[in-house]
Design a protein around this ligand. Structure first.
Ligand code: ASP
Length: 333
């Protein structure tokens, strides 16, 4: 146990901070008449349920850390998303999940990768942050640690839904792992999930959870559990969760890059997102992000045709969308 945050970067203020939370469940290039497009109503309802869960915590003065943990756990338990139950399968037909959480105070971070029996990887990530001196645990070591710290372990079969097994079976095996990760296009691709929140104490937090890429090589780990890549939060700058091309996001250290554009270059959050998305698009990455500043500014953006996304404002009003022509896109407050 590291004894909790050592400092809080926000100055003490009597100002009421309006709680807010953003959520995503993956970005991709798909149309309304694709298999996944037809699930839009159910997928948006799942997002709204997760947003309500997080908002209920924030509304009564709970922490952003609790809000993102519980919201992401909701999405992990919902088989519609590529996280927890419903995760995509590796080349060998197994589920290998990654998750991370960050507390903007400190900042502090915890993560697990390549786990196949932890019911809610986000809870295990939080245990790593709060009850170990480490940041990232992987594989069986992470599973043993999670079990010893009260996380529920389940059979690997729990995670494999009939839909994702059928999707996996329909894809032709390829000898080239670079082709395998994109095999089958995105018509049935399910999304990584993530949440960012700002609490009444002015602290931001983020959590991201994923099954990774369909037919990925066993042992492949993406950006989601890497603090500073797919997941980053700091009370000096921003909390951000990404989805999309993990290798690009890791190479560009996307989360920390966004924070540096805000903190060191002095850009607004919207300007920083525009710069970063421009760089990632130029590099050929398909990506989306949700970002929230400790001042309550927020931004959701993506360079694909769809991204499952939602926002809850201080009054509890929820807005959610899936396709590019829907609301809550390229907004910054
Ligand atoms: N970023 C995730 C990964 O590379 C995948 C996704 O968000 O779709 O593991």
């Amino acid at each position: 146990m590291d004894g909790g945050p050592r400092w809080d970067l926000r100055s003490v203020s009597t100002e009421v901070i309006h709680v807010r939370m953003l959520i995503h469940a993956g970005a991709g290039n798909l149309s309304r008449d694709s298999d996944l497009g037809r699930l839009e109503p159910q997928m948006l309802e799942g997002l709204r349920h997760a947003l309500r869960t997080g908002h209920d915590i924030l509304r009564v003065g709970g922490s952003s850390l609790d809000a993102v943990t519980e919201a992401v756990a909701c999405l992990e338990d919902n088989p519609l998303y590529n996280a927890g139950r419903g995760s995509v399968l590796t080349r060998e037909g197994r589920v290998e999940m990654d998750a991370a959480i960050m507390d903007g105070r400190g900042p502090r971070a915890g993560a697990v990768a390549c786990v196949g029996t932890i019911r809610n990887p986000v809870r295990a990530a939080r245990s790593v942050m709060e009850h170990s001196p480490h940041v990232l645990l992987v594989g069986t070591g992470a599973e043993a640690f999670a079990r010893d710290h009260g996380c529920t372990l389940v059979s690997p079969h729990h995670f494999v839904t009939p839909e994702m097994y059928a999707y996996w079976s329909s894809l032709a095996p390829s000898e080239d792992p670079r082709l395998e990760v994109s095999a089958g296009g995105t018509a049935s691709k399910r999304g990584t999930v993530g949440a960012v929140a700002l609490d009444q104490q002015g602290n931001v937090a983020v959590a991201t959870s994923t099954g990774g890429l369909t037919r990925k090589m066993p042992g492949r780990v993406g950006d989601s559990p890497i603090p500073g890549a797919g997941t980053y939060a700091c009370n000096r700058s921003v909390a951000v969760s990404f989805t999309g091309s993990g290798e690009h996001l890791m190479r560009s250290v996307a989360g920390h890059r966004l924070a540096a554009l805000v903190e060191q270059r002095g850009l607004s959050l919207a300007e920083a997102v525009t710069v970063l998305l421009g760089e990632l698009t130029a590099a050929g990455a398909d990506v989306g992000l949700i970002a929230l500043s400790p001042q309550g500014g927020w931004c959701i953006d993506f360079n694909t045709t769809a991204m499952l996304r939602g926002v809850v404002d201080a009054a509890g009003t929820i807005t959610s969308a899936m396709f590019i022509d829907g609301p809550v896109r390229r907004q910054a407050g």
